[in-house]
Design a binder for this molecule. Structure first.
Ligand SMILES: CC(=O)SCCNC(=O)CCNC(=O)[C@H](O)C(C)(C)COP(=O)(O)OP(=O)(O)OC[C@H]1O[C@@H](n2cnc3c(N)ncnc32)[C@H](O)[C@@H]1OP(=O)(O)O
Ligand SMILES: O=C(O)CCC(=O)C(=O)O
Ligand SMILES: [Zn+2]
Length: 479
């Protein structure tokens, strides 16, 4: 089973020879420690390391005066955009479980499907509003008074209003011109505001809309006191530079908050979200695992990873990071998908290090090859050893964890044998441990010395024969 998310996959790191580098966590029967005990000297002084760690090249710079990278809010839309994912069907119980998990994680807002969508959607919206969560509850409606009237009766803290402004959507979706859109937007916003709750106005397909149309309607709704305006990359066509330009321009035009909703059709959703914050956006829409229409939107976990890299302390103080895995597993199960293997933070090998060069440096200082600290997310770091890319430093660390005493030359000799065997097939944890134990006892008894390949092969053969004839687990009792 995957150590992180419970997925069972062929390359499961827990099946590899691995060093659990967490603080004293017991994994695969081996008790290991990190930072200190496993640190081998390589001439790096503590002072140098501290200096490197202090200079975070990803941190916002003083020149980024507009940047909200360390001051943002998440509008979590798994229960709205996420419900638009092809596989999604959330019954009331599942919606409540997801809402509670998102609240425990600490998202600022939870956005729910329009209560105009169906009777059950309306009832679910009311039920979630009654949970008394810390996160504010929003619902998402068309720019239409019929939808607005239903929405304000549900008990939500705010309403997200949207209407397409691109020529595509004006012609082929709702068929309305900008004059009609503006008039209706004013009517809906004023109505929602009159109920004393938050209201946001968003232009769907913003990046394919006319800039003058966009700025003009945003300015109008800002003047009548909308809480936020939203930009939406509905088709996932925008690149970071376009996002920066549009958000920055809008920042100069409106005084209210700016939300952004980014689809991931070209894989840009996280980068675009980060760039939007740099340009002055205040709210980012996410969904767990990015689920939504087509390939979905900015994933919550990926965004968190990206923002943590910029300012770990801010992100840690704001969100319950060890909850992320639970939230993702809950949603993955609800929509019957696996957490992707390359998922930031929770992908099953997100904190597994393999190549010898990496392993050595990681053992000396995890920051060499990690920008995220697994322990901040309640996760564990692994160093994989039983493969042909391994190196003697990683093997030495394992030797120490097993409590064996071998010289560096002996460890290098044992490493050569591991590589030889791993050229044929990846070696399991038990395979490598056995080899190291056999090697160690051969050295102790004088039956083995460095470079005596045949003697080592003989000892390993003998060990295998003994293991076969003396099973460690008793056979099952006869019926
Ligand atoms: C990009 C996005 O993801 S936006 C959010 C998408 N969310 C949803 O669609 C919520 C789920 N949707 C639904 O349950 C239904 O589509 C409903 C209840 C909203 C509407 O259902 P229906 O009345 O049967 O209309 P249908 O879905 O066929 O077409 C959409 C209607 O909304 C109109 N419309 C589309 N977008 C908007 C908008 N943003 N504001 C106002 N009207 C709009 C269309 O013109 C069309 O009107 P028509 O009935 O005069 O043809
Ligand atoms: O309301 C919004 O801002 C976004 C609506 C949406 O889901 C989209 O445009 O993709
Ligand atoms: Zn969307």
């Amino acid at each position: 089973m995957c150590p992180h998310n419970g997925n069972s996959l062929p390359n499961d790191p827990s099946q590899m020879v691995g060093i659990d580098m967490s603080n004293g966590t017991r994994t695969n029967g081996i008790h290991a420690k990190i930072n200190g005990v496993n640190v081998h000297t390589n001439g790096t002084t503590a002072a140098k390391v501290n200096e490197t760690q202090k200079r975070n090249p990803y941190a916002p710079r003083a020149s980024d005066f507009l940047s909200n990278v360390s001051n943002f809010k998440i509008i979590e839309s798994t229960l709205r955009e996420g419900e638009q994912f092809a596989n999604a069907f959330f019954d009331t119980k599942t919606k409540i479980a997801i809402a509670k998990a998102l609240d425990a994680f600490g998202v600022d807002y939870i956005e729910l499907t329009s209560p105009a969508a169906s009777e059950q959607s309306r009832k679910d919206c009311e039920a979630i509003c009654k949970l008394g969560l810390k996160s504010k509850i929003l619902t998402h409606i068309r720019c239409h008074m019929d939808d607005a009237r239903i929405a304000v009766e549900t008990g939500v803290d705010g309403v997200d209003v949207v209407i397409g402004t691109s020529s595509f959507l004006r012609e082929f979706s709702h068929g309305k011109d900008m004059a009609y859109i503006t008039k209706t937007a004013i009517e809906v916003i004023e109505f929602v505001k009159s109920k004393g709750i938050e209201v946001r106005f968003s232009s769907e397909d913003s990046f394919r809309s006319d800039l003058v149309d966009l700025l003009s309607i945003y300015q109008t709704v800002d003047k009548i006191g909308v809480n936020r305006v939203g930009i939406a990359d509905t088709v996932g066509c925008a690149n970071p530079r376009q996002v920066y330009d549009l958000v920055r321009t809008l920042r100069g035009v409106v005084g209210c908050d700016i939300e952004i909703h980014l689809h991931n059709d070209t894989g840009m959703a996280i980068a675009n979200a980060y760039t939007a914050l740099e340009a002055g956006a205040t709210h980012i829409d996410t969904s767990v695992l990015g689920i939504g229409e087509r390939v979905g939107i900015t994933p919550l976990g990926g965004l968190i990873a990206c923002l943590y890299a910029a300012n770990p302390e801010y992100v840690k103080s704001k969100y319950n990071l060890p909850m992320l895995r639970e939230v993702e597993n809950l949603v993955a199960e609800a929509v019957e998908v696996n957490v992707p293997f390359m998922n930031p933070i929770t992908g099953y090998c997100a904190f597994t290090h393999k190549a010898g060069i990496h392993a050595k440096a990681i053992l000396n200082n995890p920051s060499t090859y990690e920008i995220l600290k697994p322990e901040d997310f309640g996760l564990t770091r692994y160093v994989s050893i039983g493969h042909r890319l391994t190196g003697w430093n990683a093997v030495k660390s394992r030797v120490e964890q097993l409590g064996l005493t071998l010289t560096d030359d002996e460890i290098k000799d044992a490493t050569a044998k591991i590589k030889e065997l791993a050229d044929v097939r990846t070696q399991s944890m038990d395979d490598v441990d056995s080899l190291l134990r056999v090697y160690h006892s051969g050295i102790q008894s004088g039956e083995l010395a460095v470079g005596q390949k045949e003697a080592l092969d003989r000892l390993l053969r003998k060990h295998r024969e003994n293991s076969v004839s003396r099973p460690t687990t008793p056979p099952p009792a006869a019926a």
